[in-house]
Write a protein that binds this ligand. Structure first.
Ligand code: OOG
Ligand code: MG
Length: 261
């Protein structure tokens, strides 16, 4: 098996077993960024072969808070599949994850294809819904540590996501208060401004990166704009809510199912 498929197999097995694996970069496998995206494509390709379906993309490291938390400063993207989506208010099982964390985000839903260099106005014209979202990230690497190439290969740590009720696009998204609470306690408070100054610019960046990768973001796809604050670690039984001013509220429950406790 070639290097790309070997790395994809390692990450796929780690995700399926919910067991961490060693970072490639610290075990003598120095992937280039192009190779890392090829691993990501092969990894998600395996899930698609098992019946998954691509439903969108996620952006990573579009806020300083996240770049600082993880020590990775370049914007990255990953693929979302249908099996990763949890209904608003729905349940996830702790036992399916290695060391899950949750992030407050904003999501866009597309009604028209998008790829390459576009203006914010052109990006907005391709959107038919915007909402508050929670992303559950779960690095398949031990201790949640990775290089840029490692995290790109690991589908940008993405594990699951929840979107709130879709709202009409067109409102100003530049300064929405965002409060993420766990079990009723506010744990991260921020502003949508943390996402590149305007979450719409994250959609512009997603279009550019998709174009670079020879991909077109499709009508119906969801684009997660990236976290507005640092991520919070999750424990079995946690109930998570995000309130994003004007966009509303989104929530899920991390049940203790499959956890050691
Ligand atoms: C990588 C994913 C970053 C975001 O919203 O910035 C990300 C990670 O932190 O493990 O999803
Ligand atoms: Mg995220």
């Amino acid at each position: 098996m070639d290097l790309i498929n070997r790395c994809a197999s390692t990450l796929d097995a780690a995700a399926v077993a919910a067991r961490a694996t060693a970072q490639f970069s610290t075990t003598g496998i120095a992937l280039t960024l192009d190779q890392a995206y090829a691993v990501q494509a092969a990894l998600v390709g395996r899930r698609v072969e098992r019946g998954g379906r691509i439903v969108g993309v996620k952006m990573g490291f579009t806020s300083r808070a996240k770049a600082i938390q993880m020590g990775v400063h370049d914007q990255i993207w990953g693929r979302l599949t249908a099996d990763m989506e949890v209904a608003d208010g729905g349940d996830l099982s702790f036992g399916h994850f290695v060391h899950p964390r949750v992030e407050p985000e904003i999501a866009f839903r597309l009604k028209a294809p998008l790829s390459g260099i576009v203006t914010p106005e052109q990006a907005l014209a391709a959107v038919d819904g915007v909402t508050a979202a929670l992303e559950i990230i779960d690095s398949r690497y031990r201790d949640f540590k990775f290089s840029l190439a490692d995290v790109v290969a690991d589908n940008a740590s993405s594990a699951a996501f929840v979107v709130g009720p879709w709202q009409e696009p067109g409102g100003d998204l530049r300064a929405l208060d965002m409060v993420m609470s766990i079990n009723g306690q506010p744990r991260q408070m921020g502003s949508s401004a943390a996402i590149l100054g305007d979450p719409l610019l994250s959609l512009v960046a997603a279009s550019r990166l998709a174009g670079d990768a020879g991909i077109t973001l499709q009508p119906g796809w969801i684009v997660l704009a990236g976290a507005a604050t640092a991520a919070e670690a999750l424990a079995p039984g946690d109930h998570v809510t995000l309130e994003a001013q004007e966009l509303g509220r989104v929530e899920f429950q991390m049940t203790a199912e499959g956890s050691a406790e």
